[in-house]
Design a protein around this ligand. Sequence first.
Ligand SMILES: Cc1ncc(COP(=O)(O)O)c(C=O)c1O
Length: 468
Amino acid sequence: MTQGQGTVSWMREIQLAPPPVTTNGSVVSPEKYHIDILDNGRTISDFIDYKIKERGLLDNEEPFHVANLDSILKRHHRWITNLPRVKPFYAVKCNNTAAVLRMMNVLDTGFDCASKGEIQMMLSLGVTPEKIIYAHTAKPMSHIRYACAHGVDKLTFDNEDELLKISLCHPKAKLVLRIAVDDSKSLVRLNSKFGASLESVGKLLERAGELDLEVIGVSFHVGSGCTDGGAFRQAIADARRVFDMGNLQGFQMRLLDIGGGFSGAGDLKGKFEEFSEVINGALDEFFPSDSGVKIIAEPGRFYMESVFTLAMNIIAKRVVLEDMDGHDDGEEDSPDRMMMYYLNDGMYGSISCVTYDTAHNSVEPYPHRVNTTCCGFYLSLFVQAVESSERRYRSVLFGPTCNSNDKITEDYWMPECHVGDWLLIDNMGAYSVSVFTDFNGFERAHIYPVVTAETWHALNLSHFYNIC
Ligand SMILES: Cc1ncc(COP(=O)(O)O)c(C=O)c1O
């Protein structure tokens, strides 16, 4: 059975247009172009239950993500309500799933691209070049030439060699000078790798002038997973100084890019609103509305973190009897049993964020429970929550590869599970699917984009998803 056959009536699946193909003939996105629409008040949770049930019938235990497109809409609403002066240029690197990128395009955001591949992908989805900023300060020359040939003019830089490369490959570029700012309050720091020091910007602006290049503004990134809004205020004040220097050098400084660093989940849940107040205050002070300066940002995590839920299957299990006080009787309900579970996605797949993304260095998998006993018919499924009284065991969760570093979590207390059970992890949208490797030959978890019927119709998504 192919995907979508045999779906129940409340859930319509639509086959989207075939993936776009680049000029050299390669398909730009590996994702299958399907989207599921939730009718009649059915929820993401219903959809996950359905997919797990379907997998059971198909003898298929492959892991999968559900991408909740409504969550993007909610985040966007939060963005425009709190930061009305700041136009988001979504950071494609955070999650490059085509359905997600299309959704951002529907919402009329711009896009921060880090490479030729990302620019190619956005252009193939119909995004116009002026909605793209090539926001990487260490660019291969062939990628700069590609940007030039395709009308992508906004490029960032932070050093003299980059200016020389740009003068050769894209002399008409509109340059944005990335400055290093205080990132000490962020979970992922970027300034050891990128950003010109304030001391060096005078010289750089002068050099840009000598090379007959045009500088139009300033960008910064306070670091991903920022915990202190004060970092934005200081960075905006620093940017003002650089604007003044640029204007003095004869450039028409007109673009401020306040980067990424925003989050709206977990420990940083309420921080976005708090930061917005600080940012709005600093913008009014240093870049008032009548200054004519356009303000953009490059949010990634903020838009994507809550969009994806990962479903993984327990493919193997070992029960280890721990020797406590020399007592090892192997009793079924002995308190010293430790569970080792082997899942079919892990640190080299969708959960690499635990290794690479300091802002997301732990995950909390929970068992998926569905009761089917009352009636064999799918619509009668209901999800059982884990009872607080339920006994929990110390557990170690491993990914599927042969590497022992492929450990998702240890000292994790959860109810006993069995081979074939499913575990879910929420908030898996940021820096997860875009950092996947196929180490040991394990396949990429399939992505099911899902949207409610209300959102589908309200945003007229059939038009944007090329469905006739
Ligand atoms: C240049 C640039 N812009 C934007 C982002 C997105 O940051 P975040 O996901 O914290 O919003 C990153 C992340 O590394 C980045 O390097």
